[in-house]
Design a protein around this ligand. Structure first.
Ligand SMILES: C[S@@+](CC[C@H](N)C(=O)[O-])C[C@H]1O[C@@H](n2cnc3c(N)ncnc32)[C@H](O)[C@@H]1O
Length: 161
């Protein structure tokens, strides 16, 4: 059984191996294959079409969840085609999405969250997270891209001993 979940996989740009066998690739979009204005081909073909706010897997099923949600809340250009767009009520969406990522994560598992600070700040989006991240790059400066790591402890913190 696959032990890594990417619930918003998009075109898998960040993967060294886009067919990594350990990863369950999901996205709400599928069947997309088109050439963007920069000449690059956008292909979105998840293993499972699913909504990250209603992930169709069991509690605690994955050891690693990689969560890279849409970061745009406005616009309709090529970036929206590539990265998707947050719904108007993005706080509700992000709270539900984080909640689902956390639910399917095993105790002792890791959640990696990627966030590009476009208009919504990291501090605002982290209010939707289930707990504080363990560590990450707080001030990436130029790239504006944050990578944060959350660790799912048990209630006593000793379940994985
Ligand atoms: C920032 S992109 C992910 C890029 C990806 N990490 C990559 O390496 O190419 C965000 C993705 O979230 C997807 N998405 C948007 N709303 C979603 C939802 N409700 N459930 C699942 N995926 C969603 C979009 O279709 C988009 O492909």
């Amino acid at each position: 059984m696959k032990k890594v979940l990417d619930p918003c996989c998009g075109s898998r740009m960040m993967y060294f191996d886009k067919q990594a066998p350990s990863v369950m690739f999901c996205d709400s979009r599928s069947g997309i294959s088109e050439t963007l204005c920069d000449g690059r081909v956008l292909e979105i073909d998840p293993d499972v079409v699913a909504d990250v706010t209603a992930i169709p897997f069991d509690d605690g099923q994955f050891n690693l969840v990689v969560f890279d949600p849409p970061h745009l809340d406005v616009g309709d250009g090529w970036q929206v085609k590539k990265y998707g767009k947050l719904p108007d009520n993005w706080r509700k969406f992000m709270t539900e999405a984080f909640g689902e990522c956390w639910r399917v994560l095993a105790i002792g598992g890791t959640l990696v969250f990627k966030w590009y600070e476009y208009r919504i700040s990291l501090s605002e989006v982290l209010k939707c997270a289930p707990c504080q991240p363990l560590f990450g790059n707080r001030r990436p400066k130029g790239s504006k891209t944050h990578w944060l790591v959350f660790f799912k402890e048990g209630e006593t913190g000793s379940e994985t001993d």
